[in-house]
Each structure stands twice: as C-alpha cells, then as structure tokens.
Design a protein around this ligand. Structure first.
Ligand code: MLT
Length: 275
C-alpha cells in the first residue's frame, strides 16, 4: 500500500540559481539525496523516505521542471539540474552525501559527478544507463515533446505508464498506476518538454564510469525495458567499486514496484558507507 502523498507536509521551497525548488528534508544522519525519474516528482520516493529516514537524513527534490518547483519555458540541461542540486547542498550545509538517481535521476547524477565528484561519497544508479541517446532516441524525444505541447501531460502519462510499470502492475495494482499518473499529470508541459530536450542533449557517460571510485550500487528491475539489465551490467562491469542487484518482478520504477527490496538494498549500501 502506498502512503498518500502529502506534498505540503514537510515541503520547503527555496530559491536556487534563480529558480524556486521544492524539497523534503527528513531524518538525521548521513544524508541521502534522491533524484527522481522523468516525468515524475519527489513523491516517487515517499516509500524510501518513510523507510530510510529513521536511520539517515533523506532529501528528496523536485528537480526544476517538476512537481512544486518552477518549470520555466526556457532552456533545460542536465548540467543545470546538477547545479541546482549542488546549490541545494550548499544551502543545507551538506558537504558530502550519498546520491540515489533513478533513470533521468541517474543521468543527472552522472552530470553531478562530472562537476562535483568530491561531494559524492556513494552513488546508487537505479534503472538508468550510461549511454547517450541514439539518433532515433533523440527523434523520439522530439516527437514526445510535440505530443506534450499538442495534447498535454495526460497524453504523456498514457505513453509513459506502460514503459514505467510492468504489465502485472498495470493490471493488478490500479492504485500504484494512479499514483504514477498523478505525478505525471501534475507536471507543466514546459518542464516535460524541457527535460526531453535536456536528456536528448546529454553526453555519453561510458568514459566516466572508469573514473568513478566511490562505492556504487547498481539496481535494476528484471523487467525494465527502457534501461534493461544489460545496461546495468555494463555500468557494474566498468565502475571499479560497484555491486549489482536485479530486482525480480519489477520494471523501470523498481523503487515503487518492489519497495522492500529496493529499500533494503539502499539501506545496507548506505549503512556500509557510514562504517
Ligand atoms: C526516466 O524514467 O527517467 C526516463 O525513462 C528516462 C529516459 O527517457 O531516458
């Protein structure tokens, strides 16, 4: 059962890089910063926040373009998102943190590591990939942006839900499907299109993998189609200090479909870093 999102409960909004960003900051201990997927928001981490904030300081952010953060009709890039995260860490006086990035959150984590490696003391790369988009992939982003402009966030939810969740979840867990739909439909079209542009322009992160020396946990749902287990294996093979966990029965949003195993994996990983 998913906790009902209560967005205002512990929300703080702050101006970072000229942009209003919304975030939650819960618990004490080693900070874990969660970076959400496209086109969702920080409430995708509600179950991680509940499970892990008794042990750690859990920070979840609405990245620019999403949720309760600003979504200007302007140029977006993943480097800019990384700068926002960096600004928030400074605002919270957090020197180092463990980062969890799922899918687009993982792309932003690569961008963050390229710029601010000394702020990262561990990374969880979940249901993501190091490769840049192919030409066909970029074209598909452009077409999805056109759909967003013409038909709105609801049409994006119709397209994305079958990519994000397993067929069994879609059939048997209507409340989870609705939870994901509500996140997607709550976004402004400017943010959806902006992120599609940012993802299309992201660089290849494969050369970065060998330069990552902090502990890394790779997680992937066994049924993940957008970023399948082969992408996770590629990252695990090239990052020197990485471990891979494949989550049975989960697709792309493994943290929502199998929260217990996801939380256990992240919790043990972070607990080992604190030792
Ligand atoms: C995501 O879940 O963030 C997206 O599927 C990433 C992507 O479209 O590459």
């Amino acid at each position: 059962m998913i906790r009902k999102p209560e967005p205002m409960e512990e929300t703080v909004q702050v101006k970072i890089n000229g942009m209003t960003l919304a975030f939650n900051d819960r618990g004490t201990g080693l900070p874990i910063v969660f970076l959400h997927a496209f086109p969702l928001n920080r409430t995708m981490w509600a179950m991680q926040e509940d499970a892990l904030s008794s042990q750690f300081r859990v920070i979840t952010i609405d990245l620019r373009g999403h949720g309760e953060s600003d979504a200007p009709l302007w140029h977006y890039s993943l480097d800019q998102a990384a700068d926002d995260v960096h600004g928030l860490l400074d605002y919270l006086s957090i020197r180092q943190a463990v980062f969890v990035g799922l899918s687009m959150g993982g792309y932003i984590l690569f961008a963050f590591h390229r710029k601010f490696a000394d702020r990262v003391n561990g990374m969880v790369l979940a249901d993501t990939r190091a490769q840049a988009d192919t030409d066909e992939g970029k074209q598909a982003r452009f077409e999805m942006a056109q759909i967003a402009y013409k038909r709105g966030a609801r049409a994006i939810a119709d397209i994305m839900i079958p990519k994000l969740l397993s067929p069994a979840t879609i059939q048997m867990r209507p409340e989870l499907v609705q939870y994901v739909r509500t996140m997607i439909e709550g976004n402004q079209v400017s943010g959806i299109a902006g992120d599609l542009m940012a993802m299309a322009e992201r660089p290849d992160s494969i050369p970065l993998l060998r330069r990552i020396t902090c502990p890394a946990q790779i997680i992937v749902g066994e049924l993940d189609l957008p970023t399948p287990p082969s992408d996770a294996t590629l990252m695990a093979d090239r990052i020197s200090n990485a471990h891979l966990v494949i989550i049975p029965g989960a697709a792309h949003l493994s943290n929502l479909e199998q929260p217990d195993l996801f939380n256990k994996t992240v919790g043990s990983f972070v607990a080992n870093i604190t030792r």
